[in-house]
Design a protein. Structure first.
Length: 134
């Protein structure tokens, strides 16, 4: 996603997290588990997601973690407006973390492509929709 302002995060179904950004008409679908990827490359690609939990000890639940999203199957283009290109063979790995600071909720995303370019995005969350995912 390029320069999202506010994010609207909802569950599309039991295995798909939907992220809509208000800067344009950008929608990302993060698929947990098996899914059928698009046959042709798309601008948003095919994203597979998994939770990376940390802090779990024997008999205690995790204390935090990250959402890891691996995206393939994108149309060739540019990762950034200043000219970092990628091909249809690109693989982008993102880690999303939620933080509380200054009485507000924030989301931070680290993005790394298969050429090693890393970009950090930090955005303030507006009203966040959530549904328990069992």
């Amino acid at each position: 996603m390029r320069v999202p302002g506010r994010l609207h995060i909802t569950w599309e179904d039991d295995d798909t997290l939907r992220v809509d950004a208000d800067a344009g008409t950008q929608t990302r679908l993060f698929h947990f588990g098996e899914f059928t990827p698009a046959r042709e490359p798309t601008w948003q690609g095919n994203s597979t997601a998994s939770w990376e939990m940390v802090g779990a000890t024997r008999g205690r639940p995790p204390t935090g973690g990250s959402l890891e999203v691996v995206t393939t199957g994108m149309k060739s283009g540019y990762v950034r407006w200043n000219g970092v290109p990628h091909s249809e063979d690109a693989l982008i790995t993102e880690h999303y973390d939620r933080h509380s600071a200054f009485d507000q909720e924030w989301i931070a995303a680290d993005r790394k492509n298969n050429s090693g370019t890393i970009r950090r995005l930090v955005r303030r969350l507006g009203v966040m929709s959530a549904r328990s995912h069992a």
